[in-house]
Design a protein around this ligand. Sequence first.
Ligand SMILES: Nc1ncnc2c1ncn2[C@@H]1O[C@H](COP(=O)(O)OP(=O)(O)O)[C@@H](O)[C@H]1O
Ligand SMILES: O=C(CO)[C@@H](O)[C@H](O)COP(=O)(O)O
Length: 498
Amino acid sequence: MKYVIGVDLGTSAVKTLLIGQDGNLKGEATREYPLYHEKAGWSEQDPEDWVTGTTEALKELIVNSGIPSADIEGISFSGQMHGLVLLDENDKPVRRAILWNDTRTTKQCREIERTLGDKLLTVTRNPALEGFTLPKILWVKQNEPETFAKASHFLLPKDYLRLRLTGAKHMDLSDAAGTLMLDVAAASWSSEVLSAFEIPASFCPPLVEAGAYAGNVTPDVSESTGISLSAKVFAGGADNACGAIGAGILSPGLTLCSIGTSGVVLTYEADASADYEGKVHFFNHGKTNSFYAMGVTLAAGYSLSWFRNTFAKGESFDAMLEGVGDIPAGSNGLLFTPYIVGERTPHPDSKIRGSFIGIDGSHTRAHFARAVMEGITFSLNESIAIFRAAGKTINTIVSIGGGAKNPLWLQMQADIFRADVVALENEQGPGLGAAMLAAVGSGWFPSLDACGEIFVKHARIYRPNEAVSVQYEQLFRIYQQTYNQTAGINHSLYAIRN
Ligand SMILES: Nc1ncnc2c1ncn2[C@@H]1O[C@H](COP(=O)(O)OP(=O)(O)O)[C@@H](O)[C@H]1O
Ligand SMILES: O=C(CO)[C@@H](O)[C@H](O)COP(=O)(O)O
Protein backbone atom coordinates (compact mmCIF):
# COMPACT_ATOMS: atom_id res chain seq x y z
CA MET A 1 0.00 0.00 0.00
CA LYS A 2 1.16 3.53 -0.81
CA TYR A 3 0.23 6.60 1.22
CA VAL A 4 -0.18 10.37 1.07
CA ILE A 5 -0.19 12.98 3.82
CA GLY A 6 -2.67 15.85 4.18
CA VAL A 7 -1.54 18.72 6.43
CA ASP A 8 -4.32 20.99 7.70
CA LEU A 9 -2.73 24.17 9.07
CA GLY A 10 -5.66 25.37 11.19
CA THR A 11 -6.12 28.29 13.54
CA SER A 12 -5.83 26.39 16.80
CA ALA A 13 -3.73 23.43 15.63
CA VAL A 14 -2.05 21.68 12.74
CA LYS A 15 -3.58 18.28 11.95
CA THR A 16 -1.63 15.79 9.84
CA LEU A 17 -3.39 12.79 8.26
CA LEU A 18 -1.87 9.67 6.73
CA ILE A 19 -4.22 8.30 4.08
CA GLY A 20 -3.86 5.04 2.16
CA GLN A 21 -4.68 4.37 -1.49
CA ASP A 22 -8.06 3.00 -0.34
CA GLY A 23 -8.95 6.47 1.02
CA ASN A 24 -8.90 5.25 4.63
CA LEU A 25 -7.22 7.03 7.50
CA LYS A 26 -4.08 5.19 8.68
CA GLY A 27 -2.89 7.65 11.28
CA GLU A 28 -3.11 11.22 12.54
CA ALA A 29 -1.03 13.56 14.66
CA THR A 30 -1.81 17.06 15.89
CA ARG A 31 0.05 19.94 17.51
CA GLU A 32 -1.59 23.02 18.99
CA TYR A 33 -0.03 26.47 18.96
CA PRO A 34 -0.89 29.75 20.66
CA LEU A 35 -2.87 32.72 19.37
CA TYR A 36 -1.79 36.18 20.48
CA HIS A 37 -4.47 38.80 21.19
CA GLU A 38 -2.38 41.80 22.25
CA LYS A 39 -5.27 44.24 21.83
CA ALA A 40 -9.04 43.88 21.45
CA GLY A 41 -9.76 42.63 17.92
CA TRP A 42 -6.15 41.58 17.25
CA SER A 43 -5.30 37.97 16.43
CA GLU A 44 -1.77 36.92 15.55
CA GLN A 45 0.41 33.81 15.36
CA ASP A 46 4.14 33.20 15.20
CA PRO A 47 4.87 31.50 11.83
CA GLU A 48 7.72 29.62 13.53
CA ASP A 49 5.11 27.83 15.69
CA TRP A 50 3.45 26.48 12.52
CA VAL A 51 6.78 25.09 11.32
CA THR A 52 7.73 23.55 14.69
CA GLY A 53 4.24 22.11 15.23
CA THR A 54 4.08 20.62 11.73
CA THR A 55 7.58 19.12 11.94
CA GLU A 56 6.76 17.45 15.27
CA ALA A 57 3.37 16.22 14.07
CA LEU A 58 4.82 14.76 10.84
CA LYS A 59 7.56 12.97 12.78
CA GLU A 60 5.02 11.47 15.21
CA LEU A 61 2.69 10.50 12.34
CA ILE A 62 5.40 8.62 10.49
CA VAL A 63 7.01 6.96 13.53
CA ASN A 64 3.63 5.79 14.92
CA SER A 65 2.46 4.44 11.54
CA GLY A 66 5.37 2.04 11.39
CA ILE A 67 5.39 2.19 7.58
CA PRO A 68 8.55 2.73 5.52
CA SER A 69 8.73 6.42 4.64
CA ALA A 70 9.46 5.51 0.99
CA ASP A 71 5.80 4.37 0.78
CA ILE A 72 4.60 7.94 1.39
CA GLU A 73 4.45 9.30 -2.14
CA GLY A 74 2.93 12.74 -1.76
CA ILE A 75 2.08 15.50 0.70
CA SER A 76 -0.16 18.53 0.36
CA PHE A 77 -1.70 21.27 2.48
CA SER A 78 -4.89 22.95 3.56
CA GLY A 79 -4.45 26.32 5.24
CA GLN A 80 -6.33 28.83 7.36
CA MET A 81 -7.08 31.58 4.83
CA HIS A 82 -6.16 35.26 4.54
CA GLY A 83 -3.37 35.45 7.19
CA LEU A 84 -0.63 37.92 6.30
CA VAL A 85 2.98 36.66 6.52
CA LEU A 86 5.32 39.52 5.56
CA LEU A 87 8.82 38.40 4.57
CA ASP A 88 12.11 40.23 4.09
CA GLU A 89 14.42 39.57 1.16
CA ASN A 90 15.88 36.56 2.98
CA ASP A 91 12.39 35.08 3.46
CA LYS A 92 12.41 35.85 7.21
CA PRO A 93 9.07 37.04 8.70
CA VAL A 94 9.35 40.73 9.66
CA ARG A 95 6.59 40.44 12.28
CA ARG A 96 4.02 37.93 13.55
CA ALA A 97 1.34 36.83 11.09
CA ILE A 98 -1.95 38.77 11.26
CA LEU A 99 -4.78 36.22 11.02
CA TRP A 100 -8.17 35.92 9.29
CA ASN A 101 -10.04 36.56 12.55
CA ASP A 102 -8.21 39.84 13.30
CA THR A 103 -10.55 42.81 12.94
CA ARG A 104 -8.24 45.84 13.31
CA THR A 105 -8.57 46.92 9.65
CA THR A 106 -12.01 48.54 9.37
CA LYS A 107 -10.46 51.89 8.30
CA GLN A 108 -8.39 50.20 5.57
CA CYS A 109 -11.49 48.36 4.29
CA ARG A 110 -13.32 51.67 3.79
CA GLU A 111 -10.22 53.06 2.04
CA ILE A 112 -10.19 50.05 -0.33
CA GLU A 113 -13.89 50.58 -1.13
CA ARG A 114 -13.31 54.31 -1.83
CA THR A 115 -10.23 53.69 -3.97
CA LEU A 116 -11.47 50.76 -6.05
CA GLY A 117 -15.16 51.64 -6.33
CA ASP A 118 -16.97 49.16 -8.65
CA LYS A 119 -13.67 47.41 -9.51
CA LEU A 120 -13.64 45.83 -6.06
CA LEU A 121 -16.55 43.55 -6.98
CA THR A 122 -15.96 43.21 -10.71
CA VAL A 123 -12.28 42.28 -10.33
CA THR A 124 -11.82 40.70 -6.88
CA ARG A 125 -15.46 39.45 -6.74
CA ASN A 126 -15.50 40.12 -3.00
CA PRO A 127 -16.30 42.92 -0.57
CA ALA A 128 -13.54 44.49 1.57
CA LEU A 129 -13.69 42.62 4.87
CA GLU A 130 -11.42 43.03 7.87
CA GLY A 131 -10.34 39.38 7.65
CA PHE A 132 -8.91 39.60 4.12
CA THR A 133 -5.22 40.14 3.38
CA LEU A 134 -5.03 43.45 1.47
CA PRO A 135 -6.45 45.50 4.38
CA LYS A 136 -3.82 43.90 6.63
CA ILE A 137 -1.01 44.92 4.23
CA LEU A 138 -2.30 48.51 4.26
CA TRP A 139 -2.58 48.46 8.05
CA VAL A 140 1.08 47.48 8.49
CA LYS A 141 2.15 50.03 5.86
CA GLN A 142 0.28 52.82 7.69
CA ASN A 143 0.86 51.81 11.31
CA GLU A 144 4.27 50.11 11.29
CA PRO A 145 6.12 51.85 8.45
CA GLU A 146 9.56 50.76 9.68
CA THR A 147 8.52 47.11 9.74
CA PHE A 148 6.81 47.44 6.37
CA ALA A 149 9.96 48.92 4.86
CA LYS A 150 11.75 45.63 5.62
CA ALA A 151 9.10 43.54 3.81
CA SER A 152 9.79 42.65 0.19
CA HIS A 153 7.01 40.07 -0.35
CA PHE A 154 4.17 38.24 1.35
CA LEU A 155 2.77 34.74 1.69
CA LEU A 156 -0.30 33.12 3.25
CA PRO A 157 0.11 30.72 6.21
CA LYS A 158 0.29 27.35 4.44
CA ASP A 159 2.47 28.87 1.67
CA TYR A 160 4.98 29.98 4.30
CA LEU A 161 4.92 26.49 5.81
CA ARG A 162 5.52 24.96 2.36
CA LEU A 163 8.37 27.41 1.75
CA ARG A 164 10.02 26.20 4.96
CA LEU A 165 9.54 22.55 4.03
CA THR A 166 10.71 22.80 0.39
CA GLY A 167 12.54 26.11 -0.03
CA ALA A 168 10.14 27.04 -2.88
CA LYS A 169 7.76 30.02 -2.90
CA HIS A 170 4.28 29.75 -4.41
CA MET A 171 0.69 30.67 -3.67
CA ASP A 172 -2.24 28.64 -4.95
CA LEU A 173 -5.25 30.28 -6.58
CA SER A 174 -7.85 29.20 -4.01
CA ASP A 175 -5.90 30.92 -1.22
CA ALA A 176 -4.83 33.90 -3.37
CA ALA A 177 -8.54 34.60 -4.00
CA GLY A 178 -8.88 35.55 -0.33
CA THR A 179 -6.23 38.29 -0.52
CA LEU A 180 -8.49 40.79 -2.39
CA MET A 181 -5.61 41.27 -4.86
CA LEU A 182 -6.53 38.51 -7.30
CA ASP A 183 -8.55 38.94 -10.48
CA VAL A 184 -10.63 35.89 -9.61
CA ALA A 185 -12.12 35.19 -13.06
CA ALA A 186 -8.77 35.74 -14.84
CA ALA A 187 -6.85 33.74 -12.19
CA SER A 188 -4.00 36.29 -12.05
CA TRP A 189 -2.82 39.06 -9.73
CA SER A 190 -4.81 42.19 -10.52
CA SER A 191 -2.52 44.94 -11.83
CA GLU A 192 -5.39 47.40 -11.20
CA VAL A 193 -5.57 46.55 -7.51
CA LEU A 194 -1.79 46.42 -7.08
CA SER A 195 -1.21 49.78 -8.75
CA ALA A 196 -4.10 51.44 -6.84
CA PHE A 197 -2.23 50.68 -3.60
CA GLU A 198 1.32 51.06 -4.96
CA ILE A 199 2.13 47.40 -4.38
CA PRO A 200 4.86 46.18 -6.77
CA ALA A 201 4.21 42.92 -8.67
CA SER A 202 7.35 41.50 -7.02
CA PHE A 203 5.51 41.69 -3.66
CA CYS A 204 3.23 38.81 -4.77
CA PRO A 205 4.41 35.19 -5.11
CA PRO A 206 4.04 33.12 -8.30
CA LEU A 207 0.54 31.66 -8.64
CA VAL A 208 -0.07 27.94 -9.11
CA GLU A 209 -3.05 25.56 -9.08
CA ALA A 210 -3.80 23.83 -5.76
CA GLY A 211 -2.80 20.49 -7.28
CA ALA A 212 0.50 21.75 -8.74
CA TYR A 213 3.77 19.99 -7.96
CA ALA A 214 5.74 22.42 -5.78
CA GLY A 215 9.01 20.57 -5.08
CA ASN A 216 10.36 18.09 -2.53
CA VAL A 217 11.30 18.48 1.12
CA THR A 218 14.80 19.74 1.88
CA PRO A 219 17.37 17.29 3.30
CA ASP A 220 17.06 18.97 6.74
CA VAL A 221 13.28 18.58 6.76
CA SER A 222 13.59 14.99 5.52
CA GLU A 223 15.87 14.24 8.47
CA SER A 224 13.68 15.94 11.09
CA THR A 225 10.33 14.53 9.87
CA GLY A 226 11.14 11.21 8.22
CA ILE A 227 9.55 12.26 4.92
CA SER A 228 11.58 10.80 2.09
CA LEU A 229 13.42 13.06 -0.35
CA SER A 230 11.50 11.39 -3.18
CA ALA A 231 8.02 12.27 -1.82
CA LYS A 232 6.43 14.97 -3.98
CA VAL A 233 5.04 18.12 -2.36
CA PHE A 234 1.90 19.63 -3.93
CA ALA A 235 0.79 23.23 -3.42
CA GLY A 236 -2.47 22.64 -1.53
CA GLY A 237 -5.37 25.03 -1.08
CA ALA A 238 -7.43 27.26 1.19
CA ASP A 239 -9.05 25.32 4.04
CA ASN A 240 -12.53 25.88 2.68
CA ALA A 241 -11.54 24.77 -0.83
CA CYS A 242 -9.91 21.67 0.68
CA GLY A 243 -12.96 21.08 2.91
CA ALA A 244 -15.05 21.15 -0.27
CA ILE A 245 -12.72 18.71 -2.04
CA GLY A 246 -12.73 16.36 0.97
CA ALA A 247 -16.53 16.42 1.04
CA GLY A 248 -16.81 15.77 -2.70
CA ILE A 249 -18.17 19.24 -3.56
CA LEU A 250 -16.74 19.00 -7.07
CA SER A 251 -19.70 19.44 -9.42
CA PRO A 252 -22.74 21.72 -9.89
CA GLY A 253 -25.62 21.29 -7.46
CA LEU A 254 -23.42 20.34 -4.49
CA THR A 255 -23.33 22.38 -1.28
CA LEU A 256 -21.29 22.07 1.91
CA CYS A 257 -21.98 23.14 5.49
CA SER A 258 -18.95 23.17 7.76
CA ILE A 259 -19.18 23.92 11.47
CA GLY A 260 -15.62 24.30 12.75
CA THR A 261 -14.39 27.30 14.75
CA SER A 262 -16.01 29.41 12.05
CA GLY A 263 -18.89 28.10 9.97
CA VAL A 264 -19.36 28.16 6.24
CA VAL A 265 -21.97 27.30 3.69
CA LEU A 266 -20.29 26.83 0.36
CA THR A 267 -21.73 26.01 -3.03
CA TYR A 268 -19.92 24.82 -6.16
CA GLU A 269 -19.78 27.16 -9.18
CA ALA A 270 -18.73 25.72 -12.57
CA ASP A 271 -17.68 29.16 -13.88
CA ALA A 272 -17.35 32.77 -12.68
CA SER A 273 -20.67 33.96 -14.13
CA ALA A 274 -22.79 33.86 -10.93
CA ASP A 275 -23.34 37.29 -9.38
CA TYR A 276 -24.20 37.43 -5.69
CA GLU A 277 -23.47 41.21 -5.61
CA GLY A 278 -20.77 40.73 -2.98
CA LYS A 279 -23.23 39.38 -0.42
CA VAL A 280 -21.17 36.18 -0.16
CA HIS A 281 -17.52 35.40 -0.91
CA PHE A 282 -16.65 34.19 -4.41
CA PHE A 283 -13.36 32.30 -4.64
CA ASN A 284 -11.40 30.02 -6.99
CA HIS A 285 -11.85 26.35 -6.09
CA GLY A 286 -9.01 23.88 -5.53
CA LYS A 287 -10.34 22.08 -8.61
CA THR A 288 -8.92 23.70 -11.76
CA ASN A 289 -11.12 26.22 -13.58
CA SER A 290 -13.92 26.10 -11.05
CA PHE A 291 -15.14 28.33 -8.24
CA TYR A 292 -17.30 28.40 -5.13
CA ALA A 293 -19.53 30.93 -3.43
CA MET A 294 -19.46 30.95 0.35
CA GLY A 295 -21.13 32.62 3.32
CA VAL A 296 -19.23 32.72 6.64
CA THR A 297 -20.44 32.72 10.25
CA LEU A 298 -17.41 33.93 12.19
CA ALA A 299 -18.21 32.23 15.50
CA ALA A 300 -20.02 28.98 14.64
CA GLY A 301 -18.43 26.12 16.61
CA TYR A 302 -16.60 28.81 18.57
CA SER A 303 -19.95 29.99 20.03
CA LEU A 304 -20.65 26.51 21.40
CA SER A 305 -17.11 26.06 22.71
CA TRP A 306 -17.28 29.53 24.31
CA PHE A 307 -20.56 28.45 25.97
CA ARG A 308 -19.01 25.17 27.19
CA ASN A 309 -15.81 26.79 28.45
CA THR A 310 -17.80 29.46 30.30
CA PHE A 311 -20.76 27.51 31.70
CA ALA A 312 -19.78 23.82 31.57
CA LYS A 313 -16.01 23.86 32.09
CA GLY A 314 -14.42 20.44 32.00
CA GLU A 315 -17.46 18.75 30.40
CA SER A 316 -17.34 17.08 26.99
CA PHE A 317 -19.64 18.43 24.29
CA ASP A 318 -21.67 15.22 24.50
CA ALA A 319 -22.09 15.55 28.28
CA MET A 320 -23.01 19.23 28.03
CA LEU A 321 -25.58 18.53 25.30
CA GLU A 322 -27.33 15.72 27.19
CA GLY A 323 -31.01 16.58 27.53
CA VAL A 324 -30.89 19.18 24.73
CA GLY A 325 -32.76 16.77 22.42
CA ASP A 326 -35.72 16.70 24.85
CA ILE A 327 -36.26 20.45 24.46
CA PRO A 328 -38.60 21.37 21.60
CA ALA A 329 -37.48 23.38 18.57
CA GLY A 330 -37.19 27.05 19.52
CA SER A 331 -35.75 26.44 23.02
CA ASN A 332 -39.01 27.59 24.64
CA GLY A 333 -38.64 31.12 23.30
CA LEU A 334 -34.91 31.60 23.88
CA LEU A 335 -33.02 33.03 20.88
CA PHE A 336 -29.24 33.40 20.47
CA THR A 337 -27.31 35.39 17.88
CA PRO A 338 -23.75 34.04 17.42
CA TYR A 339 -22.05 37.40 16.86
CA ILE A 340 -19.61 36.95 19.72
CA VAL A 341 -16.57 38.03 17.65
CA GLY A 342 -18.51 40.11 15.11
CA GLU A 343 -20.07 38.74 11.92
CA ARG A 344 -19.45 38.36 8.17
CA THR A 345 -22.48 36.96 6.29
CA PRO A 346 -24.94 38.58 5.86
CA HIS A 347 -23.88 41.39 8.20
CA PRO A 348 -20.21 42.31 7.69
CA ASP A 349 -19.84 44.07 11.04
CA SER A 350 -16.84 43.68 13.33
CA LYS A 351 -18.56 45.60 16.17
CA ILE A 352 -21.79 43.62 16.45
CA ARG A 353 -21.93 41.23 19.40
CA GLY A 354 -24.17 38.30 20.38
CA SER A 355 -27.40 38.24 22.37
CA PHE A 356 -29.62 35.86 24.27
CA ILE A 357 -33.14 37.20 23.82
CA GLY A 358 -36.28 35.99 25.61
CA ILE A 359 -34.66 34.64 28.80
CA ASP A 360 -37.38 33.19 31.04
CA GLY A 361 -37.20 32.05 34.66
CA SER A 362 -37.95 28.50 33.51
CA HIS A 363 -34.95 28.21 31.19
CA THR A 364 -32.21 25.77 32.16
CA ARG A 365 -28.63 25.45 30.95
CA ALA A 366 -29.87 22.92 28.36
CA HIS A 367 -32.24 25.57 26.90
CA PHE A 368 -29.30 27.93 26.55
CA ALA A 369 -27.15 25.23 24.90
CA ARG A 370 -29.93 24.40 22.42
CA ALA A 371 -30.48 28.10 21.68
CA VAL A 372 -26.74 28.44 20.89
CA MET A 373 -26.92 25.53 18.42
CA GLU A 374 -30.08 26.96 16.84
CA GLY A 375 -28.63 30.48 16.59
CA ILE A 376 -25.48 29.19 14.84
CA THR A 377 -27.64 27.19 12.42
CA PHE A 378 -29.92 30.18 11.75
CA SER A 379 -26.85 32.25 10.94
CA LEU A 380 -25.68 29.61 8.42
CA ASN A 381 -29.22 29.52 7.01
CA GLU A 382 -28.87 33.24 6.17
CA SER A 383 -26.19 32.21 3.63
CA ILE A 384 -28.44 29.49 2.21
CA ALA A 385 -31.24 32.08 1.90
CA ILE A 386 -28.90 34.31 -0.15
CA PHE A 387 -28.03 31.42 -2.50
CA ARG A 388 -31.69 30.46 -2.92
CA ALA A 389 -32.74 34.08 -3.51
CA ALA A 390 -30.17 34.20 -6.34
CA GLY A 391 -31.83 31.17 -7.96
CA LYS A 392 -29.67 28.30 -6.66
CA THR A 393 -31.34 25.01 -5.89
CA ILE A 394 -30.10 23.64 -2.58
CA ASN A 395 -31.67 20.27 -1.80
CA THR A 396 -28.71 18.32 -0.47
CA ILE A 397 -25.98 19.58 1.85
CA VAL A 398 -22.90 17.62 2.94
CA SER A 399 -22.14 18.50 6.56
CA ILE A 400 -18.61 18.43 7.99
CA GLY A 401 -16.60 19.87 10.88
CA GLY A 402 -16.84 19.27 14.63
CA GLY A 403 -20.53 20.24 14.55
CA ALA A 404 -21.26 17.22 12.34
CA LYS A 405 -20.24 14.89 15.22
CA ASN A 406 -23.60 15.47 16.89
CA PRO A 407 -26.66 13.69 15.32
CA LEU A 408 -29.07 16.14 16.96
CA TRP A 409 -27.25 19.06 15.27
CA LEU A 410 -27.30 17.26 11.90
CA GLN A 411 -31.10 16.80 12.21
CA MET A 412 -31.42 20.45 13.28
CA GLN A 413 -29.48 21.48 10.15
CA ALA A 414 -31.88 19.42 7.96
CA ASP A 415 -34.91 20.98 9.69
CA ILE A 416 -33.62 24.59 9.53
CA PHE A 417 -32.02 24.35 6.05
CA ARG A 418 -35.05 22.42 4.66
CA ALA A 419 -32.62 20.16 2.80
CA ASP A 420 -31.28 16.62 3.09
CA VAL A 421 -28.13 16.73 5.21
CA VAL A 422 -25.50 14.08 4.44
CA ALA A 423 -22.95 13.05 7.06
CA LEU A 424 -19.65 11.51 5.98
CA GLU A 425 -18.15 8.26 7.20
CA ASN A 426 -14.75 8.98 8.72
CA GLU A 427 -15.06 12.76 8.23
CA GLN A 428 -11.58 14.32 8.20
CA GLY A 429 -12.37 17.83 7.00
CA PRO A 430 -9.90 19.91 4.95
CA GLY A 431 -6.97 17.55 5.69
CA LEU A 432 -8.66 14.90 3.54
CA GLY A 433 -9.02 17.40 0.68
CA ALA A 434 -5.29 18.13 0.98
CA ALA A 435 -4.56 14.38 0.90
CA MET A 436 -6.76 14.07 -2.22
CA LEU A 437 -4.69 16.79 -3.96
CA ALA A 438 -1.58 14.74 -3.14
CA ALA A 439 -3.23 11.48 -4.29
CA VAL A 440 -4.17 12.95 -7.68
CA GLY A 441 -0.77 14.66 -8.00
CA SER A 442 0.96 11.36 -7.25
CA GLY A 443 -0.84 9.84 -10.24
CA TRP A 444 -3.18 7.56 -8.28
CA PHE A 445 -6.29 9.00 -9.98
CA PRO A 446 -6.84 10.93 -13.22
CA SER A 447 -8.89 13.66 -11.47
CA LEU A 448 -10.18 14.89 -8.12
CA ASP A 449 -13.62 13.61 -9.13
CA ALA A 450 -12.25 10.09 -9.65
CA CYS A 451 -10.40 10.30 -6.34
CA GLY A 452 -13.61 11.47 -4.61
CA GLU A 453 -15.39 8.28 -5.76
CA ILE A 454 -13.00 6.28 -3.55
CA PHE A 455 -12.06 8.76 -0.80
CA VAL A 456 -15.41 10.45 0.00
CA LYS A 457 -17.78 8.01 1.70
CA HIS A 458 -21.33 9.12 2.50
CA ALA A 459 -22.85 7.86 5.76
CA ARG A 460 -26.35 8.69 7.05
CA ILE A 461 -28.75 11.16 5.41
CA TYR A 462 -30.84 13.38 7.72
CA ARG A 463 -34.14 14.43 6.10
CA PRO A 464 -36.12 17.52 7.18
CA ASN A 465 -39.17 16.93 9.41
CA GLU A 466 -41.90 19.06 7.82
CA ALA A 467 -43.66 20.07 11.08
CA VAL A 468 -40.38 21.13 12.72
CA SER A 469 -39.24 22.94 9.56
CA VAL A 470 -42.43 25.03 9.60
CA GLN A 471 -41.75 26.02 13.24
CA TYR A 472 -38.14 26.89 12.42
CA GLU A 473 -39.22 28.96 9.43
CA GLN A 474 -41.23 31.23 11.76
CA LEU A 475 -38.36 31.43 14.24
CA PHE A 476 -35.88 32.20 11.46
CA ARG A 477 -37.94 35.26 10.48
CA ILE A 478 -37.75 36.48 14.09
CA TYR A 479 -34.01 35.69 14.19
CA GLN A 480 -33.49 37.78 11.06
CA GLN A 481 -34.85 40.85 12.85
CA THR A 482 -32.33 40.66 15.68
CA TYR A 483 -29.34 42.11 13.81
CA ASN A 484 -31.08 45.43 13.10
CA GLN A 485 -32.73 45.46 16.53
CA THR A 486 -29.44 44.97 18.41
CA ALA A 487 -26.85 46.67 16.16
CA GLY A 488 -27.30 50.18 17.63
CA ILE A 489 -27.04 48.92 21.21
CA ASN A 490 -23.94 46.84 20.45
CA HIS A 491 -22.23 49.66 18.61
CA SER A 492 -22.80 51.90 21.66
CA LEU A 493 -21.31 49.23 23.92
CA TYR A 494 -18.18 49.03 21.73
CA ALA A 495 -16.40 51.80 23.62
CA ILE A 496 -16.97 50.03 26.94
CA ARG A 497 -15.75 46.69 25.56
CA ASN A 498 -12.39 48.18 24.74
N1 LIG B 1 -19.41 16.17 20.02
C1 LIG B 1 -19.70 17.40 19.57
N2 LIG B 1 -20.97 17.85 19.56
C2 LIG B 1 -21.28 19.08 19.11
N3 LIG B 1 -20.38 19.95 18.65
C3 LIG B 1 -19.11 19.57 18.64
C4 LIG B 1 -18.68 18.29 19.09
N4 LIG B 1 -17.34 18.22 18.95
C5 LIG B 1 -16.95 19.41 18.43
N5 LIG B 1 -18.01 20.22 18.24
C6 LIG B 1 -18.01 21.59 17.68
O1 LIG B 1 -17.01 21.65 16.67
C7 LIG B 1 -16.10 22.72 16.92
C8 LIG B 1 -14.69 22.31 16.49
O2 LIG B 1 -14.73 21.87 15.17
P1 LIG B 1 -13.40 21.57 14.30
O3 LIG B 1 -13.90 21.20 12.96
O4 LIG B 1 -12.56 20.61 15.07
O5 LIG B 1 -12.78 23.04 14.33
P2 LIG B 1 -11.43 23.68 13.74
O6 LIG B 1 -10.96 22.76 12.65
O7 LIG B 1 -11.87 25.03 13.26
O8 LIG B 1 -10.48 23.78 14.91
C9 LIG B 1 -16.21 22.99 18.40
O9 LIG B 1 -15.96 24.36 18.67
C10 LIG B 1 -17.66 22.62 18.72
O10 LIG B 1 -18.51 23.72 18.56
O1 LIG C 1 -11.69 33.22 7.12
C1 LIG C 1 -12.10 32.13 6.78
C2 LIG C 1 -12.73 31.93 5.46
O2 LIG C 1 -12.91 33.10 4.71
C3 LIG C 1 -11.95 30.95 7.72
O3 LIG C 1 -12.61 29.82 7.25
C4 LIG C 1 -10.50 30.62 7.94
O4 LIG C 1 -10.00 30.14 6.69
C5 LIG C 1 -10.20 29.59 9.03
O5 LIG C 1 -11.27 29.00 9.65
P1 LIG C 1 -11.25 27.72 10.64
O6 LIG C 1 -11.04 26.49 9.76
O7 LIG C 1 -10.10 27.88 11.59
O8 LIG C 1 -12.62 27.68 11.26
